[in-house]
Design a protein around this ligand. Structure first.
Ligand SMILES: [Zn+2]
Length: 92
């Protein structure tokens, strides 16, 4: 624990780019905008599994990387899939 703190302090001094407030700024590209052939299908469980966690909850945008428009599509698709029992409402 103390080592970690020490390490962080050293990092700040040695590495000018290091700023804990802006760690790893990696712009995610929306998977659906990037791939024009990608068609979101609410009957395709394997596809939708990528957008839910192990509890069956829909992942947030920061995790899926989807843009607002496509995140909305994902949400709708997952909810439709749940309704027709392709996906679970909850697991465990
Ligand atoms: Zn998109």
């Amino acid at each position: 624990m103390a080592d970690k703190k020490q390490n962080r302090r050293n990092n700040r001094n040695n590495d000018e780019d290091y700023n804990p407030k802006f760690r790893k700024i990696r712009k995610k590209v929306c998977p659906m905008c990037a791939n024009k052939d990608f068609v979101l299908d609410y009957k395709n469980a394997d596809q939708l599994r990528k957008f839910i966690n192990d509890k069956g909850k829909i992942l947030p945008r920061r995790a899926t990387g989807a843009c607002a428009k496509h995140q909305r599509d994902i949400t709708t698709a997952v909810k439709r899939a749940r309704h027709i029992a392709v996906l679970p409402y909850s697991e465990n």
